[in-house]
Design a protein around this ligand. Sequence first.
Ligand code: G3I
Length: 338
Amino acid sequence: MKTQHWFMILVSSFILLSCFSPTMRKIADTKQFLLGVAVRPSDLLDPKDTKLVQDNFNILVPENIMKLQYLRPTETFWNWSDPDKLVQFAEANNMKLRGHTFVWHNQNPPFINNLSDKNKAIQILQDTITQVLTRYNGKFYEYDVCNEVIDDNGVLRNSIWMKTIGPEYIDMAFKTARQADPSVKLILNDYNNDYAGTTKGDAFYKLVKDMVDRKIPIDGVGFQLHVMAEQPINEQALRANIKRFRDLGLSVSFTEVDVRIKLPVTPEKEAAQQKVYLDLLRIAREEQVSCFMLWGYTDAYSWIPGTFAGYGSAHPFDAKKNPKPVFSEMKKLVTSFK
Ligand code: G3I
């Protein structure tokens, strides 16, 4: 046979193989592994983005649209349109949903930032949670009821909720959420809370343990895990932390994973990044983490460069939305899950 024919056979086999090789979504479903991503409204509009989301993930979280700045920009106006579309998209594609987030110090509308009366603040907090969880009753798998309530010194953050209501705002938020929708898992989410033996990690644990001891309806904790390629995962401290929350009867979710690289990108830094992504995935599986969420899939829309000057390339798809080698390795690892 002529060389040309062999070449044609090779090319067709390659095309056939890539058509029939299962998607990451299919593999994750088969392995019963919840692998998700934070999405923006455009991810559900642009056909290329939509296909990418459909082909790779089985759980979604809104990156911004359910934060109160967007969802409830004034006391009387609710912007339900984008969350409704997200819920419909998830249902149509048989995907789960994480909610993010009710009670936070950031991305609040002016009417919340200007609160000063305690009773009014309680009413807004309870009404917001009740309205959302009544509208979307049974639709969310888990919800970040409160986000980042502990500051970098390990004490309760002096947020608008703390200032107006006092520390009991956390209990109130969880109790209200449980009452509004008993089916959704209620999560306390934070960053730098992932390692046992650190100031913030231990303060976060103490707060959660106290909630559990007092029978506040909390179901799990979220570790955001916005991490750096240059810092290898401290596997022992991460596993010890997961274990102590699970010993309290709680689930642990990896809620906002990204692995930023100090620019310029080099093959060595990419190898370090790959190790971090794979370590996190492996630990998530072995420790029965509830879900593994990427905080965005592509460098095209990344929040990283705007927040961490000199860092980038944090996500498994490049700025043209093509998978990087790290994503192929993640796919291989998920395929190998027992
Ligand atoms: O909506 C405005 C738009 O009108 C304006 O034209 C544009 C110009 O910059 O800004 C838009 O707002 C931006 C918003 O994201 C929506 O894109 C804000 O400037 C920007 O600050 C905001 O950043 C978000 C950030 O939270 C705010 O703290 C990021 O997208 C979002 O990824 C990030 O997510 C947080 C999690 O919720 C909690 N954990 C940390 C994580 C990373 O900061």
